[in-house]
Design a protein around this ligand. Structure first.
Ligand code: VGL
Ligand code: ZN
Length: 198
């Protein structure tokens, strides 16, 4: 059995001082680096939006960050502009050990569809290719860490579990946004589908 560490979106915009800062987002970096050695494979994900992305509040007249809108694929939280392709905010945190990564997978490039999960865009059907990468390499067990617990880590863990991977979320190496109880809701969903929380 082969295992992978999936490091979700440890990027400047999700760390203090960034456009969509997650409280204490930077405090997990050293611990994530230290965990890498315990896994056969390390995958980093990178939120990577074109300017004017449809998940940005600034793309919708009269809308503000954290408003909820209805998209063709379902409800969508609107965010401050963040992780714009090539920007300093989209870069990985400068202490993250990117040299150790076997694969870097970018997501959120489609201007019309957000992508929280490392496996599928928010339409729940367009794949990123990560599933094929992991399966063809014989990887069955995944440990997820990173930002944000209740959004990209949560959706990635849900998809991974539904795809049949053995999934663990390591709480001390994650930090959440927590919009209207989203953090507690995420943990309860993850628990109900058999994701391990350590
Ligand atoms: C994320 C909101 C928007 C995340 C990405 O990485 O959790 N959250 N884009
Ligand atoms: Zn995003």
């Amino acid at each position: 059995m082969s295992s992978a560490l999936i490091v979700i979106d440890v990027q400047n915009d999700f760390c203090p001082g960034g456009a969509l800062a997650v409280s204490e987002g930077d405090l997990i970096v050293a611990g994530i680096n230290a965990r890498m050695a315990a896994f056969d494979t390390v995958v980093l994900t990178q939120d990577w939006h074109p300017a004017g992305h449809s998940s940005f509040a600034s793309s919708h007249a009269g809308k503000a960050p954290y408003d909820l809108i209805e998209m063709p694929y379902g409800p969508q939280v609107l965010w401050p502009d963040h992780c714009v392709q090539g920007s300093a905010g989209a870069a990985f945190h400068d202490r993250l050990d990117v040299d150790r990564a076997d694969l870097i997978i970018r997501k959120g490039m489609n201007p019309a569809i957000d992508s929280y999960s490392a496996f599928f865009e928010n339409d729940q059907t367009t794949p990123t290719g990560l599933e094929g990468y992991l399966r063809t390499r014989g990887i069955t067990a995944l440990t997820l860490v990173g930002l944000a617990t209740d959004f990209c880590v949560n959706f990635s863990a849900q998809d991974a579990a539904r795809l049949g991977f053995d999934v663990t979320v390591e709480e001390a190496l994650c930090r959440g946004i927590d919009l209207d109880g989203s953090l507690a809701a995420a943990w309860s969903t993850l628990q109900s589908i058999g994701v391990s929380r350590i």
